[in-house]
Design a protein around this ligand. Structure first.
Ligand code: NAP
Length: 527
């Protein structure tokens, strides 16, 4: 049931005075539920409770945490179709997308459970003592990853399930042994509350300490700011705009004790189409990209917002194909009127820049909150001179940059801001002739794609979803896949510590049977 209240640990609370509703963008009307924004007292209470829970939860075994994560997945599943209905009412996204995103969310939780049971994520490293070593005896040192502390997770507007209350960031932090406080996204506070109730049910059933999870409503930036400033909080996970992510990063850095902010802030995901590929299959590439640009109304952080190629007849054919194909696609609904307004504003700003030419724009009358897709084009030198054209436009928009030479193309790639992805469209061996260009691209992105589209992020261990700033605030980490747990741990060493007081992962007998690095050798053997 949606109560509109905050969860401070397992207690429902609504002490604040600010009320708000969520919005159905398809019907262009407010939803029926009223939410109460968390008060300062409630925020402080949730943080203090999380710090108390940390003492117990950070020491829970991998098996116990895995049980908790699997129970969360089961409880979310048992919310049934009601969850999907609320999701669609609060986002305008269709039922199929809701079901797919729920599947991804459950899959993420369960894959972290498997990861915990497998156990190598702690990266146990043991250097045994050598008392007879000359000229000095060598001490016994044992190192493993331990939980960082309470984490604030900001729900993302564009993934109400998979990157929100029990999404990738939440699952990773809980798997690491960190209690979490979710700053619910105001656009889908009802979806968030339903998932929060499932998490708390799972926590009770699996005997987790109160405070391992809290869910706070907000309708403005103050709740998030107070959470980031709270001294009990030790890390932050965020997905959203560059403006929001950067503000939180700066805020965390000015604390007396600075803390890491892992912000994933999107990008324009450059796509390079090489000359032979254009010569041989410009039409098909145009059709494929019309689909990718408009997928999910362009509201993916991996949306291809920039297409780069060298001028040729093939490029002209590609532009014709992309333009005609994109106009065949129906306009679709954006997540919220604010997102739709931001799209219109940012799109207009880009299209008004000098020497930007519109190739195709949906000119139909569309329902409120629906996005009119557009593709535009510009010359390479104009793109290089104008930083406005390098910014993300969140929605079904893409800019084709027509370069005069390979040198200009390389220069553009080298000047790009950090990106989540870069894509290369090539004929079979064509790419071999563009190694310098590819190396430039590799320096600017977190993931490089060959002959595909950037939209669609596979959730698996080898995925890297992140990239050089501003794609993310720390390019050493991924926000997707089990390695995302590494954001919420710190390495910790025990020196000459009594064997029976060591965590199981580091004890001589290796009771968990995990793979460890012992005196330089990877082994599961006991010492
Ligand atoms: P947002 O503006 O970045 O907000 C995300 C969350 O952070 C919200 O819950 C917001 O709180 C909070 N927040 C924002 N600025 C803050 C600040 N200075 N201090 C503390 N908290 C702050 O993103 P959004 O609302 O989801 O969407 C707005 C725009 O962000 C979109 O139009 C799009 O351009 C971009 N976006 C990009 C991606 C991507 O993956 N590339 C994903 C989502 C959004 P309140 O809402 O409570 O104010």
């Amino acid at each position: 049931m949606i109560t509109g209240k905050n969860y401070i640990g397992n207690i429902l609370s609504a002490e604040g005075t600010t009320k708000f509703t969520t919005f159905n963008p398809l019907e262009n009307k407010e939803n029926e539920w009223t939410f109460t924004e968390a008060s300062t007292e409630e925020i402080n209470e949730a943080c203090e409770l999380a710090a108390k829970a940390f003492k117990k939860y950070s020491r829970a075994s991998g098996t116990k945490k895995a049980e908790f994560l699997r129970a969360i997945a089961d409880e979310i599943e048992s919310l049934g179709d009601h969850l999907l209905e609320v999701y669609s009412l609060e986002s305008g996204l269709p039922n199929g997308r809701a079901a797919g995103e729920r599947g991804r969310t459950l899959g993420q939780l369960r894959s972290f459970a498997n990861h915990l049971e497998e156990g190598t994520w702690v990266e146990a490293s043991i250097d045994t003592a050598k008392p007879d070593r000359q000229p000095m005896p060598k001490v016994d040192l044992r190192k493993m990853n331990v939980a960082l502390g309470p984490v604030v997770v900001f729900g993302a507007s564009n993934f109400p399930l998979a990157f929100s209350t029990a999404g990738g960031d939440a699952a990773a932090a809980l798997a690491a042994g960190c209690p979490i406080i979710v700053k619910s996204h105001p656009m889908h506070a009802g979806t968030g509350e339903l998932v929060a109730s499932a998490i708390l049910e799972a926590a009770t059933k699996t005997g987790m300490p109160n405070g391992v999870f809290s869910n706070l409503n907000s309708n403005g930036i103050e709740v998030g700011q107070q959470l980031v400033k709270n001294s009990f909080i030790k890390a932050v996970a965020f997905t959203g705009s560059l403006k929001g992510g950067r503000a939180l990063y700066d805020l965390a850095a000015t604390r007396e004790e600075p803390i890491p902010v892992f912000a994933e802030m999107g990008s324009i995901n450059p796509v390079i189409i090489l000359p032979k590929a254009l010569e041989n299959r410009a039409k098909v590439i145009g059709e494929t990209y019309a689909g990718s640009i408009t997928l999910g109304t362009g509201q993916f952080c991996t949306n291809p917002g920039l297409i780069l190629a060298i001028k040729s007849d093939g490029l002209t054919e590609f532009v014709t194909s992309l333009s005609s194909q994109i106009l065949k696609i129906d306009a679709s609904c954006m997540l919220h009127p604010n997102i739709a307004d931001a799209y219109e504003k940012n799109k207009k700003k880009a299209l008004y820049q000098n020497r930007v030419q519109v190739l195709a724009e949906n000119s139909n009358n569309v329902k409120p909150n629906f996005a009119k897709q557009v593709v535009a084009t510009v010359r390479g030198d104009t793109f290089l001179e104008n930083p406005t054209l390098h910014h993300e436009i969140f929605g079904p928009y893409s800019l084709v940059v027509q370069c005069k030479s390979i040198n200009q193309l390389e220069k553009i790639v080298s000047k790009l801001e950090g990106q989540l992805t870069g894509t290369v469209i090539s004929d079979e061996n064509e790419v071999d002739n563009y190694i310098t260009l590819i190396h430039e691209l590799e320096n600017r992105v977190g993931r490089i794609i060959f002959n595909g589209v950037p939209t669609g992020v596979e959730v698996c261990a080898s995925m890297l979803h992140g990239g050089p700033y501003p794609a993310s605030t720390d390019s050493r980490f991924t926000a997707v896949g089990v390695d995302s747990i590494k954001r919420f741990v710190r390495p910790f060493s025990y020196q000459d510590w009594p064997n029976n007081l060591l965590p199981a992962e580091l004890q001589n007998k290796n009771p968990l049977g995990i793979l460890r690095n012992v005196d330089g050798e990877k082994t599961t053997k006991a010492i």
